[in-house]
Design a binder for this molecule. Sequence first.
Ligand code: ADP
Ligand code: MG
Length: 879
Amino acid sequence: MSHPLASLVGPLRYACQRDFAHLSTVKDLRTVVERALAGASGVDVRALSQLRAALPHVDHPTPERRKAALRSVVGALKLSGLALPVELEQVARSAPAEGGSGGVPTVAAVRAVASVPAWKASEPVPPPCEPLVLTPPPAQPAPARAAPAAAKKAAAPKKRKRAPGSEESRSEAKLLSIAPRSGPLSIALKTLGKRLGPRLLATLNKKGLRRVGDILFLLPRCYEDRRQLMTIAELDPGQRGVTVGVVRSADYVAGRNGKRYFRAVVADRSGSIAATYFHAGPWLKGRFTVGKRLVLSGEVRASTSGREIAHPEIEPAEDLESSSIHFNRIVPIYPGLERGDQRSYRELASRVADSYAQHLEEPLPEALRQKLNLMTLPEALRHIHFPPDDADLERLDAHRSPSHLRLAFDELFFLQLGVGLKRQGVKTERGIAFDVSAPRMERARSALPFMLTGAQRRVIEEIAQDMARPEPMNRLVQGDVGSGKTAVALVSALLALQDGYQVAVMAPTEILAEQHERTFRRLLEPLGFRVGLISAAGTAKQKRELREAVARGDIRLAVGTHALIEGDVAFERLGFVVIDEQHRFGVLQRHSLMSKGLKPDVLVMTATPIPRTLAMTMYGDLDVSVIDELPPGRTPVTTRVFNEQQRARVYEGVAAEIAKGHQAYIVYPLVEESEKLDLEDATRGAEKVQLVFPQARVGLLHGRMKPEEKDAVMEDFRQKRIHILVCTTVVEVGVDVPNASVMLIEAAERFGLSQLHQLRGRVGRGAAVSHCYLVASLARSWESTERLAVMEHSNDGFVIAEKDLEIRGPGEFLGTRQSGLPELAVANLARDGDLLSLAQAEARRILERDPFLRAPEHQGLVKALEERWEGRLALAKVG
Ligand code: ADP
Ligand code: MG
């Protein structure tokens, strides 16, 4: 006989397929689940309870909610012992663990991600959001502060998962960077007196909250709607709710794992509900006196023994009448504080907002504020902590309320203003005005063996206009892999060469430097310009001679890695610098070249397209050109994701290409940043590949090889003496072998999106149809599944970069170390593009009228700029 829940497998498989791609077309799952439930006798009770809990949300209009519910249903099927098809196994694996809160498809379930420990269903579940320790009444000894490891694990570090890739970081305690350093807001918290309590004060100090201003600028993580009381019957599992009830019973009871927990039953006329607490001190019983009326607020859950509120915040019902800041309103929940500390912290925040927000100076000029219809800074802060009753809860929670937007604008505006000032500084320096007259331009273009694409032509035009001006050029050229950036660099370099200047070309790796040297030499030496490679390879004598040739001016164009700027390379007459694959150079390295007292024109090229919003921030001081067209004759790369079990098919694909006379890359990831492991992995990989393809010649390329060894291997590959090149990410950047038509990426789930796109760019460079196979572990996370799906669907570097930014957030996208980006507490670069454009336009408008910010109405700006971006701006503005 078939399994009673088997009928659910088909519909769910369809609904969950390809990361819920069909979800919007799936209707009325509720009926399907209900029907299955009705006939489900003899099924594991945990599975049933999880199914019942998920039921109300399986057709939820919000996709995230709905997905969470479906994951929960799949989890229940798994619990019930059904054998699931692969797709659903994946879903089950990514779904929260059995039973417990994980079964309830709520924000909490989404939040809990996969790390929720396997609690038994009959027990209440520790909150996934904050481990709870109630504040004891002062007379009692403090309860153990430490939550159990498991509860901690569930709580940290990702507290709340919203839409994919959204503001995880939001849940961390993030202080707006604009707390003033002087005035009333800078007074120490401890001067606020006894009511603060030494315990809370210590907690706050530990978090770096020491001054009154810090409280004002620590924004609520989310909000709780306590505007309306519900009857107990109205409390829905999966929702937060506030209710009033009379305590019927209260005691410590034994859980299934032998640990005791506290359980009280509270009732009103409509019904009753349990309130449960883990790790509660003996004082708790004193609060739940039988017969007493209490207000309870917290998250409602379904358990096998009925509904419960886990770790509710409680209050004597008499307080309802007084104008409490804790009830009858929308209540702020602050990041990084335990539930039990929320209440006393809320009181503190309320006091600070009431008495101190008004001392904050409004930094924006009145005219700008009026024009954009922004509320004042003090008003915005007051509303953020204690929103008015008619506020839109969803927008508050999403940090998109009018008061949040005011602060987000503020952050972006001052960022853009700082960057704008820097940009203006560059423009007033004196550099070289190159001759870019038509004949010279024509001569430069004709050095290329092919016709420029329209986009290349346009970008060269933009560069030439910059070069003709006396101030130093600072231009960023963005172009997808293979869009022909090198050709653009070559033509521009020729303009400088023809004018009698030297050119430096910097590449991020030796391999790429060598490749550039070859290209430039082939095209430039016939025109009489000597090209040299400044490299780590070669004898001391050779190196010295090369350097001397650069210093004498015999070498007109020098190619190299960072050795070019770090070493003792002196130029005779350097006028033009090309920096390839910019994101690999720290901003500081760019700076070190400029600080050699040179004012050359600088052309930065990047193949990691940077989303517009990020470019505006990162490179706000640069002008940006985009090559948005590929040279003719390219065929897009087809990309497919496979898992380990499908390896044979992948190898067949590789073999087929080699049989056609094409070549292949097989890429292994860096293992834990360790070059040694990386090497072992790739070496073992090469041996394995040789076994799989006994006829093929297999080569190995990795980061620990000497430059000449790498060079030899690359040359063999280029000359088709090697069929399959097994490598680490060494090939990521810029390598150009058009005959290579297939790339296999191992453990693809470990790579970032942009990196995958870069790697893939190594194939599809010739006319042959090319393939990219991504082999990923079945146990991969949802995030990586999503990432890999993006690769399957898009070949467009900009689309991929936007997605990457969305999934990873700006810090990681660029690598925080290099990005020089100030942290934004409210604004989100992945999402606030429009606001950023607005901020930039307004900042530029102000700087146009008053470049040095001397006008009296701009003094607030000057002060705020100094206060906010001191130190950080210095890094962001290096250029
Ligand atoms: P990128 O550095 O942007 O990844 P490259 O400059 O290496 O791209 O160019 C990729 C390949 O396309 C090179 O083999 C180059 O010679 C070729 N190429 C560049 N521009 C053109 C063009 N306009 N027409 C034909 N081929 C081109
Ligand atoms: Mg390139």
